[in-house]
Ligand binder design. Sequence first.
Ligand SMILES: Cc1cc2nc3c(=O)[nH]c(=O)nc-3n(C[C@H](O)[C@H](O)[C@H](O)COP(=O)(O)O)c2cc1C
Length: 231
Amino acid sequence: MKKKSVVVLLIFAFVLSACDISNESMSDSTEISSSRDITKSISNRTSDKSDKKSLIVYFSIPETLNADAVSGASQAEEDGQNLGNVQFVAEKIQSEVKGDILRLEVEEPYPKDYDETVDRAREEERNNTLPRLATVIPDLNQYEVIYIGYPVWNMTVPSPIRTFLSQSNIENKRVALFATHAGYGLGNSDERIEELIPNNTFTDVLDIEDNEVNDSNGTIKNWITASNLLE
Ligand SMILES: Cc1cc2nc3c(=O)[nH]c(=O)nc-3n(C[C@H](O)[C@H](O)[C@H](O)COP(=O)(O)O)c2cc1C
């Protein structure tokens, strides 16, 4: 069976399991911990372009050859360097809006092998696990706009994003979600995030397919403008 067929089957399996857990709340989570001290933290601090302070927080795993495995598309590239797809989009957003950027990393990295990553992601979903982050989450009170970027995993939100949301008190913010995927859409990922942090104002989701990431500059700029994110 071709790899893509396997992925499609896995995705359908996950649509079912994602439906079961879509009404979860953070209090249901079984495994959570604080960040480690060795951590990565905010980088590339720049002046915001708008008068509202923005944080671009994202999860992305360039190490896993996910795009090749699923869609045949190449990974995002910048100056000959391979980037994660979400990372690429996050950096483009930052070049437009300035602000702070924060990459979420887990203490126990995901395997480099795509199928093993899918297996682990599936287990984390099934058990409602929140993997420990190696990233220090800053005080979010200082931000008015929070961009949250993620790859769609098994038709839902990847568990490290759930960890981030559970560790952060995000309320009364403008939240701008952006996601990349291999062509199967957002699944329930955006709805789930909105359920987990309900007391916020959400823009339309920026949703980019893997094979369009490298040419997504215009799409990103249009989304920022249409969502009034610089006002
Ligand atoms: C564990 C795992 C699960 C995935 N599940 C889906 C999915 O359900 N639907 C989809 O379209 N793509 C899926 N993909 C593909 C990624 O969403 C896509 O390649 C994304 O652009 C990866 O972003 P990144 O390079 O920033 O990590 C999955 C990838 C992985 C590693």
